[in-house]
Design a protein around this ligand. Structure first.
Ligand SMILES: CCCCCCCCCCCC(=O)O
Length: 318
């Protein structure tokens, strides 16, 4: 059986019908089940709340909210995930942010990590958690002939394999989930200018200002990026980089809760999700430059890069 490696210890599955099982290094899902169980019998409003809440649990923002509410910092940070139970979301241990193990039926989660940034060289902030996904069939089709005979250990830190992952026509997505609460769209643009700009220069030379400008100008002033927002950087077939965002906003709850059980959760029941395509650009260089931030030579989170390599390798040996 193919085994995916992730740096977490996973919890027991919840028993909520329709609720994704959380691969989690802590006891949050158990707490959450107990909370819901305790709520039965508190009236129709609460029951309706449970129904809406369970439906919304598929949304990353709500999963993250639950994770943050019930996070337990005492569990050890290591674990492993096999494909047998890979339908469960995986939780980034420091932030409690949750990543679905499969995106849109075909993209498989290969690794997750944390992007930190230092502000004025004084303090390090956690800006977003990220998950790297790839289409398993593409991996097999495009890379197994060349690398299928090598073990995952041999493929970890293998420069050719790493390059091919970034350059081949493999559908991949990097999902960013914002954890820093004071992010302006201007700082998003300038962070991309700096990080993607340096990669465009590295791989394409200095004549790529226009490409960088086309990419960063997609992030228009009207977008808001509150904590919990999701940005998907999607490499589609033929090296098209599609960028989408999911912003969240709240409207007043129509439910009136008679119990404190949902006091901390009710505000999520009327969550509105606004999924938008920010733009699409066809450029192999741009796709490669974006991926390089996460799985290239000098990645934001080295551990995440290693996980991606090892887990991508496991698809080739099937
Ligand atoms: C105050 C820090 C601002 C950092 C904003 C980063 C937002 C997304 C940028 C994505 C690319 C990158 O991580 O460099």
């Amino acid at each position: 059986m193919v085994s995916l490696r992730f740096p977490f210890l996973f919890s027991q599955p919840t028993n909520l019908p329709g609720t994704p099982q959380n691969h989690h290094r802590n006891a949050s899902s158990r707490h959450f089940s107990a909370t819901l169980a305790g709520a039965t019998g508190v009236g129709a409003a609460a029951a309706a709340g449970v129904a809406v809440f369970s439906q919304n649990l598929n949304h990353p923002f709500l999963q993250n909210a639950v994770n943050l509410l019930f996070r337990d910092h005492s569990s050890p940070p290591w674990g492993s995930l096999s494909l047998a139970d890979c339908s469960a979301p995986v939780v980034e241990s420091k932030t409690g942010v949750s990543f679905p193990s499969v995106l849109g039926n075909s993209l498989r989660l290969l690794g997750i990590g944390l992007r930190k940034k230092s502000i004025l060289g004084l303090k390090n902030i956690d800006v977003y958690a990220f998950g790297v996904y790839a289409n398993g069939d593409d991996l097999r089709k495009l890379l197994s002939e060349k690398y299928g005979k090598l073990s995952a250990t041999e493929l970890k830190d293998n420069k050719d394999f790493n390059n091919d992952l970034m350059e081949a026509d493999i559908c991949m997505t990097v999902r960013l989930q914002i954890v820093y609460s004071k992010l302006s769209i201007r700082s998003v643009r300038s962070a991309f200018e700096e990080s993607v700009g340096s990669r465009l220069q590295k791989f394409g030379g200095s004549d790529n200002k226009e490409l960088l400008q086309r990419f960063t100008s997609q992030f228009k002033d009207e977008y808001k990026i509150p904590r919990g927002s999701v940005i998907d950087l999607i490499r589609e077939r033929s090296h098209i980089l599609k960028t989408t965002t999911q912003q969240v906003s709240f409207i007043p709850s129509i439910f009136s809760y008679t119990t404190a059980v949902f006091a901390s959760a009710y505000k999520f029941l009327d969550l509105q999700v606004d999924g938008k395509e920010v733009g699409s650009i066809q450029s192999k260089l741009l796709c490669r430059s974006i991926l390089d931030l996460y799985i290239g030579e000098d990645p934001f989170d080295r551990r995440a890069k290693e996980d991606v390599e090892v887990n991508a390798a496991s698809f080739l040996q099937k």
